[in-house]
Design a protein around this ligand. Sequence first.
Ligand code: V47
Length: 391
Amino acid sequence: MNGFFLNDSSLEPIALKVAAGERLSREDGVALYASNDLIGIGQMADFARKRINGERVYFMVNRHINPTNICRNRCKFCAFARSEGEDGAYEMTLDTIVDAAVEGANDGAYEIHIVSGLHPEWSYEFYIEMVRRVRNAVPDHVIVQAFTAVEIEHMAIIADKPTLEVLRDLRDAGLDALPGGGAEIFSDRTRAAAWDKKTSSDVWLRIHAEAHSLDIKTNCTMLYGHIETAEERVDHLIRLREQQDATGGFLAFIPLAFHPANTELADLPATTGYDDLKTLAIGRLMLDNIPHIKAFWIMVGLKVAQLSVAFGVDDIDGTVIEERITHMAGASTPEALSKQDLVNMIVETGHVPVERDTLYRIVKTYAEETSAPAWEAGLVPGTRTTGLTEA
Ligand code: V47
């Protein structure tokens, strides 16, 4: 007896491990993907979520800025990238980027999230100056979360410097955290087929390890629903888990649902709500050392994001304001949500909405909670203590 109501009895051994707080194996991950007992998997993920995050569901007020879509890598899954001079190519000036950041901060953002294409002409100094100017233009409490590991590698190439030095320069200019993009699926097979020019898995993981060594916290992602297999998804999760065991700086895992429209993989179907929920739940179950599982509502849609709170998710991201990468690939979600929309979505699920900053420090709690979550008490490896206080 493990306390879960399972329709698929083959999941019993996994349920026993989950109930005991034991780590799941690769075989367990593959068995979870092979099972159609979504509700059973969801119950186990909900149990794991509660153990780590109590009653809280996080959201944030943030502002996304995508400074250019001009990119020297043309990955097959990407509808955002353009070549220089191509129809639809754009690049922002530093002034425009800073204005957007200031506008975000004035609207109450606690995070400026900057992700871009790999512009072949932008200099190393331009990137450093971007961070310095944004940092100086926004109040101290606003976190600058900028550049995927792919962009860090690009900067290292143009500056002819090691990536560790690039991260140090960016940190000195005011970079606080790295977003989790660019990981895709850590498989040589998928990489060769769909993003052959992009940062390799080893380099992506090494850059995150280097960031962690400099106390720059990062997120991690997995792009799913394209040409990968369930086994490749599980291997990806295990590599993230191993990295977290070694360096401990991942704050959140965000599965990114592939959007096929306007990409070279446009003949593939979009992900289903069933797969989205299962992938979020399996993420929670496998990644026992990463404190937060985020459903990026822009990608999974508002309804699945809300439901995911019963399937292991404790974070539904933020107000966002202007998102281009997923919308250019056919996302039908709004481009922004208000703070009240996010609070309402969470309240309806019976959880406690908590507005946070990038580092999961509390900005404001919107309901009474009966106990603090385990990660805040330092019981979950790889986590940090809070700095801000509840308003
Ligand atoms: O790196 C690109 C992915 C990422 C498509 O760290 C696509 O808090 C789906 O990483 N369909 C950018 N995905 C977004 C990202 C992110 C988003 C929200 C929060 C955080 C965080 C990070 O989106 C890219 C790539 O992996 N992507 N094209 C597509 N067609």
